[in-house]
Design a protein around this ligand. Structure first.
Ligand code: GRF
Length: 190
């Protein structure tokens, strides 16, 4: 695919991956347009980052809707209005449901802070450290209905700093920021 894909970034937290993707576009390292930031946590710091970046945000709580389907229909309508082509999950802390999966087949990508299939789900870094692994890493993968189970696009390893979660996290996040943008660029220039 050549050209500039329009994509939405879904995030629930700090948004450092959103920032890295945005910065990569600004620096000319990634070809694409972030058309919308979607968050299920209106207080998340990613909202502030999007505001500074001048990117529209959709901040709605799933709990304000009668069901997950209805929530995702609302999200989908916004994506369609903006002609969003890809969904890029960056710390979006919920499982994507059928409404979005069916609307974006093979068009939803996630980043996870472990070498999948090891340590899926929440607190992958904590899980890795609790198991005493010496090497962990980062995975970029397509999203399917499972928890961090879709086909893998890219992986890279990180050495655990023994007993030091903060330093290990720092290494993982630095690698995430680099691997995510590099993988998207590769995917979209195929
Ligand atoms: C990242 O570690 C990502 O892999 C995971 O959630 C974290 C989000 O961090 N899915 P941030 O909000 O992008 O800083």
């Amino acid at each position: 695919m050549t050209g500039k894909p329009k994509f939405a970034v879904f995030a629930s937290g700090s948004g450092s991956n959103f920032q890295a993707i945005h910065d990569a576009i600004e620096a000319g390292h990634l070809s694409g347009t972030i058309t919308l930031v979607v968050t299920d946590k209106p207080d998340a710091f990613v909202v502030e980052r999007a505001r500074i970046a001048g990117i529209e945000t959709l901040a709605i709580k799933p709990s304000s809707f009668s069901s997950k389907e209805v929530y995702e229909q609302e999200v989908l309508q916004n994506l369609k209005e903006l002609e969003v082509e890809w969904i890029i999950l960056a710390g979006y802390m919920r499982l994507v449901g059928n409404v979005l999966l069916e609307a974006y087949p093979n068009r939803i990508i996630n980043i996870h802070p472990s070498l999948l299939p090891a340590f899926p789900g929440k607190d992958a870094i904590g899980q890795a450290m609790a198991h005493g692994v010496k090497v962990t890493g980062v995975t970029v993968h397509y999203v399917d209905a499972g928890m961090d189970t879709g086909p893998i696009l890219a992986q890279a390893a990180v050495e655990v700093v023994d007993g030091d979660r903060k330093q290990t996290e720092k290494r993982i996040h630095a690698l995430e920021h680099e691997l995510y943008t590099r993988t998207l660029q590769k995917l979209w220039s195929r």
